[in-house]
Design a protein around this ligand. Structure first.
Ligand code: PMV
Length: 363
């Protein structure tokens, strides 16, 4: 599949350049099989799989007007506060998008973004933020130039656009269970966009909750960009990429069968492998905190004592995501309150669950 697939020199205004606004809300996602390691430009070294979340999301309003002297400026406001550093990153992404949307160069943009999760939680907003903005750009194309494809084609293109901003954002365009990256024997999967994998997944998994225990709210010291880059020289990288490819097939099969034990086994192994890759990079680094390990040990013990189907996973940081089916929600909440909250930063726990994907907002 060609990287030029969505390039379109015709998406350029002839004559009067319009003003307007468009708004989308898009969710964050939590990876079960982790994307860690990439090639240029945002091509993953292995396929990944995630749950789309419901409550952790970004609302974005994109305003555009004809650019004065082709200045093509971008202003970015997060919760009403101007963030020039974010605007810079978006400008770099927009430059990359020019062959897809040549109209970008004819406009000035003001972006207003707000996240549903507390700013202080240290949760990355790139997946929800980039996917919301990608949808705004695709809606602009549809409004001003028309879009002849289906709704699925629209989301595929938005996923492709989001991927160029942040890899994991490619998975936030669809609800339920989503993959990104070419998977052997799974037609429709691609390194260029995410694909919904919810069909035939056992309903128990679609009712899953994600309680996010905030262990440390500080911004992480090593960015994902640097972390991905360090995989180029990690001595275990090739084995890791191979493992992820087999894990994703096994996990999808387990989730179709309703095999909870297998789900827990692969999900937790993936979380620990992600951090093992950080510890075995050079320079090596460690994002886990003592309280991350305290929580993991309690989860192991609780599961041994009660048999409750409860898995943990980790992002590129110290915070714990606890994943469990709706049927055990009240038991798990009691366990969190009595045993885990003591390890959370300011007792902070964000309650989320598997969600349905993005939504266009009326303005
Ligand atoms: O999308 P990025 O470049 O921020 O990388 C995300 C990497 C992980 O969150 C650690 C794993 C994943 O697949 O989401």
């Amino acid at each position: 599949m060609s990287e030029n697939l969505f390039h379109n020199p015709h998406l350029k205004f002839d004559g009067k350049v319009p003003s307007g606004k468009v708004s989308w809300q898009s969710p964050s996602n939590i990876a079960l099989v982790k994307y860690w390691g990439k090639k240029e430009v945002q091509i993953p070294c292995n396929p990944s799989l995630s749950f789309t979340l419901s409550e952790s999301k970004t609302q974005t309003l994109l305003e555009y007007k004809p650019s004065d002297e082709a200045k093509n400026s971008v202003q970015f406001f997060l919760e009403g506060e101007e963030k020039p550093s974010f605007a810079e990153k978006i400008k770099i992404w927009f430059d990359l998008l020019e062959p897809l949307f040549p109209f970008i160069k004819q406009l000035d943009f003001t972006i207003h973004s707000k996240n549903s999760f507390p700013h202080s939680a240290g949760i990355a907003s790139s997946a929800s933020g980039m996917s919301a903005l990608a949808l705004c750009l695709c809606s602009m194309e549809k409004k001003h130039f028309g879009f002849s494809g289906s709704d699925d084609d629209f989301l595929k293109k938005a996923s492709y656009v989001a991927r160029l901003g942040s890899g994991s954002a490619a998975r936030s365009l669809f609800g339920g269970v989503v993959s990104w990256g070419e998977i052997e024997n799974l037609p429709g999967t691609s390194n260029l966009w995410g694909s919904a994998q919810t069909a035939n997944i056992h309903p128990d998994f679609l009712s899953f909750h994600d309680s996010i225990i905030i262990v440390d709210a500080a911004q992480k010291k090593v960015s994902s960009r640097i972390g991905h880059g360090l995989m180029n020289s990690n001595p275990f990288a090739a084995t890791r990429f191979k493992q992820a490819k087999s894990n994703i097939l096994e996990l999808i099969t387990a989730m179709k069968r309703g095999d909870m034990d297998k789900f827990i086994n692969i999900t937790e192994s993936e979380a620990l492998t992600l951090h093992a890759m950080m510890m075995t990079s050079n320079p090596y680094y460690l994002l886990l905190k003592p309280n991350t390990l305290n929580i993991i040990e309690r989860v192991f013990e609780y599961r041994k004592q009660t048999g409750t189907p409860l898995a943990f996973t980790l992002d590129a940081g110290p915070n714990i995501h606890l994943l469990y089916p709706d049927a055990v929600k009240s038991d798990v909440h009691k366990f969190i309150d009595s045993e885990l909250k003591q390890f959370a930063f300011q007792s902070m726990v964000i309650q989320d669950r598997v969600g349905k994907g993005p939504e266009k907002l009326s303005i």
